[in-house]
Design a protein around this ligand. Sequence first.
Ligand code: DX5
Ligand code: ZN
Length: 218
Amino acid sequence: MIKTSISILDCDFNNLEYEINRVNNSNSDLIHIDIMDGHYVPNLTIGPEVIKDIRKCTKIPFDVHLMITPVNPLLEDFAKSGSDIITFHPEAEDNPKGTIEIIKSLGCKVGISLNPSTEINVLDKIIEDIDLILVMTVVPGFGGQSFMHDQLEKIENIRKLIDATGKDIELEVDGGINFETSQLAINAGADVLVAGTSTFQGGQDNYANNISKLRSRS
Ligand code: DX5
Ligand code: ZN
């Protein structure tokens, strides 16, 4: 069963409660929250206080994608804000294994995100310790970019690595997912699809329909 994680980066922040309610009614498995610091990536979004407020509007698990450096000093705040999965980029900390341990000790699941230019050997020493691998199919920083087809081979290779561990590690794909690229990602081995722009297209009455279209295997 393919899962969706709805990126709220592109929703109407002027009407956040209403937007989250629409996602509540859409049957999405996860809500993807993109945290950008204007330093690791050239864009700035929200912090733990806003996540805490959104937590009051939904029971859907939060899939928090940290595009920040350093990571460790803010982990406790993100965990306390109601995050369920905390994903970080390994090049954002000197000792990713240590960061993984901190996230676990805070009671959250751990994800590792790979930029398009990041080689999969970064997973070598840590794959057994994590719950999720997030493959970026755009250069992180902004919603609404085009899917990078040259990342499909990486997704296939990571699928093989995960299967070889025999562990329950989810493979998530993030960036440029639409009704066509969702199929490519699923065929390459993705379990979880992040969708921003394609969720919100056609207005609020279409969210549920858009999400079920993304999830279905053609
Ligand atoms: C990009 C973010 C993505 C983005 C996805 O840096 O990590 O999660 O919001 O948005 P779309 O689906 O519009 O590419
Ligand atoms: Zn993201």
